[in-house]
Design a protein around this ligand. Sequence first.
Ligand SMILES: Cc1ncc(C[n+]2csc(CCOP(=O)(O)OP(=O)(O)O)c2C)c(N)n1
Ligand SMILES: O=C[C@H](O)COP(=O)(O)O
Ligand SMILES: CC(=O)C(=O)O
Ligand SMILES: [Mg+2]
Length: 603
Amino acid sequence: MNIKSKTVQELEVICADIREEILRVVSKNGGHLSSTLGATELIVAMHKVFDSGSDPFIFDVSHQAYAHKLLTDRWEEFDTLRQFDGMCGYTKPSESEHDYFVAGHSSTSISLGVGAAKAIALKNEQDSRIPVVMIGDGSMTAGMVYEALNELGDRKYPMVIILNDNEMSIAKPIGAISRMLSSAMAGSFYQKFKHHTENFVDNFGEGAHYIAKKMEESLKLITPGIMFEEMGIDYIGPIDGHNLESLIDILQKAKKLGKPVIVHAQTIKGKGYQIAEGQEEKWHGVGPFDLDSGDSSKKSSSKSATQIYTEALLHLAKNNEKIVGATAAMPSGTGLTQLIDAYPDRFWDVAIAEQHAVTSMSALAKEGFKPFCTIYSTFLQRGVDQVIHDTCLMDLPVVFALDRAGIVGEDGETHQGVFDISFLRAIPNMTLFAPRDEKSFHQAMAFAAEYEHPCSLRYPRGSFKECNLAESSPFELGKSQLLKTANSDTLFIGYGNGVGRAYETSLLLDKEVTILDLRFVKPLDEEMLFDMAKKHTKWYVFSDSSKMGGVGSAILEFFARNKITNINLTSFEYEDEFITHGNTLKVEESLGLLPSQLVQKID
Ligand SMILES: Cc1ncc(C[n+]2csc(CCOP(=O)(O)OP(=O)(O)O)c2C)c(N)n1
Ligand SMILES: O=C[C@H](O)COP(=O)(O)O
Ligand SMILES: CC(=O)C(=O)O
Ligand SMILES: [Mg+2]
């Protein structure tokens, strides 16, 4: 849809149509609702002023970019949003040339803009191209943003950064940056004062303008802009992020400045759907819902792994004051909200700052506390060096509780929790283990609470797969649990949620198999593995993790170390490829990982 020639009135109609379509599809498919409703005018103004066919359009996280997709020839396809084989919920260049870069993890956008600006300068394209970035106030809390601003303020590449400030992260924002962005003078008073001053001095000569500019600069001492201005980046704002006419005017001015500029736009998260407007965390990421009532259409009956984690941690924290913890801006997703509410002096939301979460928790461990650093598997990728350098080198007793381990569903490639075993297992002093159900989760947590070295446990999005075999026993370092023995050449080794898949597959087999819950992938239960090696020559590994460096790799290393050569090991972990978005079962089916498919692969 080319909106360059549209009037402001026509654009306002287009905003209404966009909101209607977003509400229709997200209420059917689920998705990121309130962020994308709130960014509608900003994105329409971006497309009015800039050209996504040549200017790099860069959205931070890009969960708020549905309007961008609708404006770039994907209106029909939008109905398949986040569905298997359908449109991705984030920007994806393979989906459209108007999507400049893959996104999903936050705070990458300004670095991307700086890189793009360097390339544009090197290719002498500055007369025809300029990067335009949209970043939210929550995403401004991650350190990577300041790495980029630090260079940008020095090199001064032309770039327009739209700061979409709705005063919300997923949850209410925390920290000094959020406070600075919404500082007192950012309100309408300053705007009106500035507007009237400009109109007044327009009637006088240059001298009056000079005085007014100096006055404004002194006022900026108490506006959010001071930090950016001092870094060498122009600042415009705060402005009304829903006023199309002024947005277009300001973006046109910003585009012509020929230097880096931040346009600070204040928006309302959920704008246009009253039920979701404002600081309502639950409208950030939603499942299908009823448009009229706002009620969720799907009610899950079984207890999620996250709920079990919360219950287990509440129990431990109640009985041990040394237990503390942190989340990086995902309090509800990780279940830490209840811990923060119950023990505000011991549990923190540190904002989108995974690296800071890991390192600050390591210092607490040095001081004798027992930190539970609670992070989605995929987001811990952001803090791997801190795990190595600050936790494991110091051999500190931090527990990394990794939620969303395995395939996560509709969030797709950028959010799959599949690499944690591979990137943690190689770190000295690290111990890795995984529960398989509710009871073993409590036992794993009890073990973690007493363990005096770095460790990481992983658990899936949603509930565990059922496994009706032996009851779980207390966790002991490096000990597995034999769930079923059979007079058979075949051994199923399950790890974490993979135990349930192993069990489901065994039920479909026309032969008996031995089933082992590995429990620890580092250290391995070598005594048990030696015993299994005497009886079984066909081993199958079931784990929601990447093959490369995963559970199967660990066992093959055990074979090599001990010169065991007569066993055929097949791992049903994930292949060396990024895993697409969509309903988890459909994704697993596309990978051939359903029990009904696996059973065909058992000799
Ligand atoms: C590294 C990383 N950590 C956490 C997240 C989860 N996450 C996605 S969006 C979001 C909040 C973003 O807030 P903001 O930038 O203000 O955008 P808004 O939704 O308010 O428009 C978070 C924490 C993520 N995507 N990436
Ligand atoms: O909303 C945040 C991300 O999309 C993760 O979603 P989730 O918490 O439903 O797994
Ligand atoms: C997009 C989002 O909310 C998340 O990644 O958690
Ligand atoms: Mg926000």
